[in-house]
Design a binder for this molecule. Structure first.
Ligand code: EPU
Length: 431
């Protein structure tokens, strides 16, 4: 097992290069199943979720060739299996995209229920509603989601999502690109990775309009052919390092980003007294004085991202005054609070609301990453705290952050990944 040992209290100075977007990559890679020919995907982040999804594709019969560190060629001409292996699918949330992609291309899919971070209930009823509207018979039994189009091909349909769902929007898009006729998704999600998936599919011959608005129209085409596509930079990875500078202080150039995608994060950092300068493909982030308090509610894009809630909370723990966070997407995204309290943070949680009384200083402690973003937030708290913080369960973090230790060391953080025998791990919290 690996843990991160952080000697906090050092400002961050230098440049951090942002990798490709995780939540775009984990949809675009399964989308290769829809393509008749070889597609080249560039700017793929080197993270465990990507390794898993590529492994699943190979198990299904895809030919996956590594071109270089961030580029793969995928050829799905010889898919021989529509049943996704249980042990791999359960490790990753995005395995649900395999339902839409397999169903769209082959008219049938058997996929185990997805895994991923525990953020409270994570139903996929809207995905299944979409597939059913398009004529699929869907059954959930025996630990398997089975979907099949009786005629072998789905039919376009009008689908209204009961709530804004990133996963349902992308999954229905995947199912619809090769369907017969027009599919309309209303109340669609608008995240940058929705637009990225649509751009990827369009570049391979799909006919998708309106991605990035709340009505997406997909006219089914006969086939998609190969091509080359580069994934957008990771908005949340960039935001995480921006929050790290806010918490630890210093000046960092966060490079290879689309500043527009960061507006929702930048706006809040500016309110907190952080200086953020937008450049062409970078943002310069500087924090000198003490942080100011603010209130934040997480919302679907272009609102403040739920995937940045815990990282910004780490910074607000050190702000001057009381901040109120409201989680507007997930039921249970405050599981990190007990760990922050071990470091001296003053946080009260009532349902979806967290009240943070800023303190002058946090102190290092042994803490445990409870999910991907909370794990990143604990690293941020450790960077800003006095003394030594040891974060364990870092496999959660490595699911979604490429080389977080190397990138932080590059800007002067004193952080290292240390391998420890299992019995030395921080004991699990009861309750
Ligand atoms: N929801 C339903 N039914 C559905 C789908 C969603 O009730 O069929 C609810 C969810 O329970 C939640 C809300 O709708 O309350 C939004 O869920 P959404 O479907 O948008 O989430 P997701 O697609 O499962 C993706 C990201 C998450 C991110 C959310 C919101 C991936 C693989 N995951 O999840 O990312 O928090 O969108 O932006 O893209 C992360 O990267 O750390 C992460 C958790």
């Amino acid at each position: 097992m690996t843990k991160y040992v952080i000697h906090g209290g050092h400002e961050l100075h230098g440049t951090i290069e942002i990798s490709g977007a995780k939540n775009a990559a984990v949809a675009i890679i399964p989308a290769a199943l829809l393509i008749d020919g070889v597609c080249r995907i560039e700017n793929i982040p080197q993270i465990n979720d990507v390794t898993l999804i590529l492994q699943i594709l190979q198990e299904l019969g895809a030919d996956v060739r590594t071109v270089n560190r961030t580029t793969v060629d995928i050829d799905c001409s010889h898919i021989h299996n529509h049943q996704v292996p249980q042990e791999l699918a359960r490790k990753i949330r995005a395995s649900y995209y395999l339902i839409g992609a397999l169903l769209g291309r082959f008219g049938s899919a058997q996929v185990p229920p997805p895994g991923g971070c525990d953020l409270g209930g994570r139903p996929i009823d809207q995905h299944l509603k979409g597939f059913r509207s398009m004529g699929a018979e869907v059954e959930v039994s025996g630990g398997l989601i089975s979907a099949a189009a009786p005629s072998g091909r789905l039919s376009g349909a009008s689908i209204y999502l009961d709530m804004v769902s990133v996963g349902a929007t992308m999954n229905i898009m995947l199912a619809a690109v090769l369907a017969d006729g027009l599919t309309v998704i209303e109340n669609a999600a608008k995240e940058p990775h929705i637009v990225d998936l649509a751009n990827f599919l369009n570049s391979m011959g799909a006919d998708i309009m309106g991605a990035g608005t709340d009505v997406i129209k997909i006219r089914g085409v006969e086939r998609l052919t190969g091509g080359c596509y580069s994934i957008i930079p990771d908005q949340i990875e960039a935001g995480t390092y921006m929050a790290a500078v806010a918490a630890a202080g210093g000046e960092v150039l966060v490079k290879n980003v689309i500043p527009k995608h960061l507006d929702c994060i930048t706006a809040k950092l500016l309110e907190m007294g952080v200086e953020v300068e937008d450049l062409d493909d970078a943002v310069l982030v500087r924090r000198i004085g003490r942080l100011r308090r603010t209130n934040i509610k997480t919302l679907p894009y272009p609102g403040f991202p739920t995937d940045m809630q815990s990282q910004i909370a780490a910074a607000l723990c050190l702000a001057d005054g009381t901040s109120v966070l409201t989680e507007g997407v997930w039921d249970n995204r405050y599981r990190y609070v007990d760990e922050f309290r071990r470091m001296g943070a003053q946080i009260q949680v009532d349902g979806k609301i967290a009240v943070i009384e800023g303190v002058e200083r946090l102190t290092g402690a042994p803490i445990r990453a409870c999910d991907l973003r909370a794990g990143a937030a604990m690293v941020i708290a450790g960077l800003a705290a006095d003394g030594v913080t040891e974060v364990d369960n870092v496999h959660h973090i490595e699911r979604g952050y490429e080389d977080i230790v190397g990138k932080l060391r590059g800007v002067g953080a004193d952080i290292e990944a240390v391998t420890v025998p299992d019995e030395e791990q921080v004991p699990a919290q009861i309750g």
